[in-house]
Design a protein around this ligand. Structure first.
Ligand code: HEC
Length: 436
């Protein structure tokens, strides 16, 4: 049995013999095997016998913000190799200027984990003295024994200026895992990216509002907020898994960030969604009551300051459609017209900006425990007090709290107005459907 150390020595000696013009192995193939212009047109089938793209599987290049690049703004690229019958995975991808597809390197490819590596066209590791480069699987990345498919992720730093369209070319190997080059299926694909050039963002006064109520008004720390404006982002997307690093929440998505000024030193807020005319952000959990100036920044500029009022308390209930509360029965089904709450039942409501917790939240980190709030809010349903048994942050859902509340035994049938209160602040009214 090989120990990790002897494996490492074996790898080193293999790299020592890698001066062959064309090599290809499970620990990483040679350069120029993507079927891009100037590369080997038969890609990995140069050794893995068979016809390109003849199996039931595929290789796909996935871009979260669509087939665009923003000059100078890092992007995450995923390559998925899939095949229903296979169980080991490899790939190679290159980024080329459409204006010079054989030799025009477009930006820099950078691994984010040990599943990929980058090599130069002369098969040496990066940095490359010249020529084009390739990102490809490592031995660990082949994930032998994983059935159906595997996804590779890496970052791409596009050119810092608009260089016109860029084409990504990829070859994928859906392998059978037998440790030889027989019985594997090779797929190829390409994706053309157009440049997306931001313009300076603008946010009119009054357009930084509560994401729960969609209206302006006082808000509290740890509240989700929405900004409406123009030229905010050039892509449309919410955050996804790959935007988080060690549980830290993103402070920019596709080059768009939100700056806060006035409560603490100038800082960037967590950004959860970007698009050309809407950005969602989370007010930090440690923001102090103050007038806070909000600005959107993108690579083309920064919007004028828009003030918001941050108070010590200003909870708001979350809704599904601006009216009906997000509410669940204890068994996890939603409270809705067809499945109403009953008088006396304890249901879960959800709020944002519901106050400090014990222990305190760590600003900009995804909450991992259901910490209770330091001060329980009160809730009324159709004007009657509804007993609140707990209010805790929802682990893995930043800015969201769960409020367990008992529907008053006296509640009548209907869609009943429901309000959450903390200190002297009463939330907007939302509706909970109750039926005896
Ligand atoms: C010069 C010949 C050659 C080329 C070209 C080549 N390979 Fe291979 N490949 C091999 C050989 C030989 C093996 C078996 C030995 C090993 O696993 O290292 C192999 C094994 C593999 C395996 C493991 C297969 C299994 O079933 O266990 C993967 C995955 C793989 N190659 C991916 C690729 C990809 C992706 C490309 C194209 C980008 C490629 N190879 C191009 C020769 C080649």
């Amino acid at each position: 049995m090989a120990t990790p150390l002897t494996n490492g020595i074996r790898l080193l000696s293999l790299f020592g013999t890698s001066l062959l013009p064309l090599f290809g192995h499970s620990y990483g193939p040679a350069a120029k095997l993507t079927a891009a212009p100037g590369d080997n047109p038969v890609a990995c089938t140069a050794c893995h016998a068979g016809t390109l793209n003849s199996g039931p599987g595929s290789v796909a290049i996935l871009m979260r913000g669509g087939p665009v690049y923003i000059p100078g703004v890092k992007q995450r690229i995923s390559v998925r190799v899939a095949d229903p019958n296979q169980q080991r995975w490899g790939f190679e991808l290159t980024a080329r200027l459409k204006s010079s597809p054989e030799s025009g390197q477009a930006g820099q490819l950078v691994p984010v984990d040990n599943f990929t590596q980058v090599i130069c066209e002369d098969n040496t590791p990066t940095p490359c003295s010249s020529g084009v480069s390739f990102v490809q699987h490592t031995s660990a990345g082949t994930r032998n024994g994983t059935r159906g498919g595997a996804t590779f992720q890496f970052d791409w730093f596009p050119p810092t200026t608009d260089v016109g369209p860029v084409t990504l070319y990829a070859a994928g190997n859906a392998a059978n895992g037998n440790g030889t080059n027989a019985g594997d299926l090779i797929y190829t694909t390409s994706l053309e990216l157009n440049s997306a050039i931001p313009a300076a963002p603008a946010v009119p006064a009054g357009n930084v509002i509560s994401a729960a109520t969609y209206t302006a008004g006082p808000v509290a720390a740890n509240s989700w907020m929405t900004i409406y404006g123009t030229n905010l982002g050039v892509t449309t997307r919410a955050w996804d898994e790959s935007d988080f690093i060690n549980g830290g929440m993103p402070v920019a998505l596709d080059g768009v960030s939100v700056l806060l000024n006035g409560s603490t030193a100038p800082r960037r807020a967590t950004v959860g969604f970007v698009s050309p005319n809407q950005v969602n952000f989370l007010l930090p959990s440690d923001v102090n009551p103050a007038t806070v100036q909000v600005q959107v920044r993108n690579p083309a500029g920064i919007s004028a300051q828009v003030p918001i009022t941050v108070q010590a308390t200003a909870p708001q209930l979350l809704t599904v459609d601006g009216r009906a509360a997000v509410a669940f029965h204890a068994n996890g089904t939603a409270v809705a017209n067809a499945t109403p709450a009953t008088p006396g039942e304890t249901i879960s409501l959800y709020c944002t900006g519901c106050g400090a917790t014990t222990p305190p939240l760590i600003p900009s980190q995804v909450p991992v425990q259901a910490a209770p709030v330091a001060t329980l809010p009160t809730v009324t349903i159709a004007g009657a007090a509804a007993a609140v048994s707990s209010t805790t942050v929802v682990p893995a859902s930043p800015g969201v709290y769960e409020v367990k509340v008992q529907v008053p035994a006296s509640a009548a049938n209907g869609d009943l107005p429901t309000i959450i209160q903390l200190g002297t602040f009463s939330s907007a009214s939302v509706l909970v459907t109750v039926q005896k």
